[in-house]
Design a protein around this ligand. Structure first.
Ligand code: FAD
Ligand code: EPU
Length: 342
């Protein structure tokens, strides 16, 4: 383990924000994690040393230099740990790249992750916000995870219920925020694939591709095509995916908006609630393609805020706040940030 000081994080966050960490280290084993936590304890004797566990940095926005220690998770390994009549149980270490893990499962014909193809980041962050795309969320394929309890220095196992998954939510983002380091996640994947093409754009894309025999590889390719057609590649334009959540509103609020804006894009959640497409709300307020300095709102997907080069975290936050204000003014709906602000 090698601790570096005043270490630039520009290459470690997909927004490409140029800040530094007072202390920085990778860890590739539990021993290295414990050594780094011990180092943190020692430097904390003089002044508090905040801790940030980092995966691929694709869901964080840094707004200032980090006056603490950043530990980058590099635990590696993927293995089939069990199987029963219907399922394979695949355990992946937290530092594995998410899409590599999806690819591994598709190539072995383990079904369930294909709709989640090409999401940036690492396995360890997948339960943090219950990642989701194209009709599937992690909770649908999750079996259990192991996490290191920083205070008690023990490894604990969390079941599906323990994680309290919700839309872009989990217990690790709320009650246990900052208390655990996720070490590995076990997914329960189907032997006989159940194809999920309920998200309309997938069927349209499969038709366009001329697919006759549906399989998990085709679904993955369709999802990849859709994603690359509208989401900016962080290697080219800095971003962290959707900056805001799609807001859930009461049926009454949806109806008020619908009367004035009959084109509103909304999905029924249950009898009393609707989810609105935040991208639509933002576009209606005129932000799509907007750019101020190097901070902008993506031209193909308004829900994605972008850094064209040298934007600071503050520039992105200021733009986000202006967007929140204008959407609330026009529709009476307050957008909530999805990205972790550090
Ligand atoms: P990081 O950004 O490194 O960390 C995110 C949070 O998790 C931080 O608070 C961090 O401290 C914490 N954390 C990370 N690893 C651990 C660990 N091992 N233990 C404890 N805490 C940890 N998300 C979706 O849900 N669906 C999408 O379709 C989607 N599309 C995206 C498209 C693009 C182009 C981009 C850039 C992002 C997209 N995202 C999407 C967001 C992001 O990819 C996911 O949230 C991803 O899971 C983040 O992984 P990461 O390893 O980069 O996490
Ligand atoms: N729309 C617009 N204008 C826009 C963007 C969207 O009108 O600028 C409308 C369109 O009608 C479109 C609808 O909104 O059909 C939905 O858009 P899209 O399919 O792109 O999905 P989204 O709701 O904007 C969510 C997730 C994404 C995930 C996709 C696909 C959230 C916050 N975002 O986006 O996740 O990939 O669905 O399932 O739930 C992420 O979390 O970072 C992320 C990218």
């Amino acid at each position: 383990m090698h601790i570096r000081q005043n270490f630039s994080l520009k290459e470690y966050n997909t927004f490409g924000i140029d800040v530094s960490a007072k202390h920085f280290s990778n860890f590739g084993s539990i021993e290295e994690l414990e050594e780094a936590l011990q180092y943190r304890k020692e430097v904390s004797a003089n002044s508090p040393c905040p801790l940030l566990i980092l995966g691929g940095g694709s869901n964080v926005l840094f707004t200032k230099d980090f006056d603490g220690i950043v530990l980058k998770n590099e635990l590696s390994g993927i293995e089939l740990v069990n199987e029963d009549a219907e399922n394979y149980y695949i355990k992946a270490s937290a530092g594995e790249k998410w899409h590599n893990h999806v690819e591994y499962c598709i190539s072995n014909n383990y079904s369930g992750l294909e709709n989640l193809s090409l999401i940036p980041g690492n396995v360890g962050a997948s339960p943090m916000q219950n990642i989701g795309a194209y009709g599937v969320e992690i909770k649908d394929v999750f079996f259990e995870l192991e996490a290191y309890n920083i205070q008690d220095k023990i490894i604990q196992t969390f079941s599906l219920d323990d994680c309290q998954f919700g839309y872009r939510e989990s217990v690790f983002k709320n009650k246990f925020k900052g208390q655990f380091v996720i070490l590995n996640v076990t997914y329960k994947l189907k032997k006989n694939p159940v194809f999920n093409t309920s998200y309309g754009a997938i069927n349209t894309e499969l038709e366009r591709m001329g697919v006759k025999d549906l399989n998990i590889r085709n679904i993955s390719n369709a999802v990849i095509n859709i994603r690359t057609s509208k989401l900016p590649n962080p290697k080219e334009i800095g971003n962290a995916g959707s900056f805001f959540k799609n807001p859930k509103v009461s049926k009454f609020r949806w109806h008020v908006i619908w009367e004035q804006f009959p084109d509103v894009v909304a999905y029924k959640v249950d009898e009393m609630n609707y989810k609105l497409a935040a991208g639509w709300l933002i576009e209606q307020c005129g932000w799509k393609g907007f750019r101020k300095g190097d901070a902008g709102c993506h031209s193909k997907q308004s829900l994605v805020l972008v850094n064209y080069g040298n934007a600071k975290g503050e520039d992105i936050i200021n733009l986000a706040d202006e967007i929140i204000y204008s959407v609330e003014n026009k529709f009476g709906v307050k957008l909530e940030k999805e990205v972790n602000i550090v």
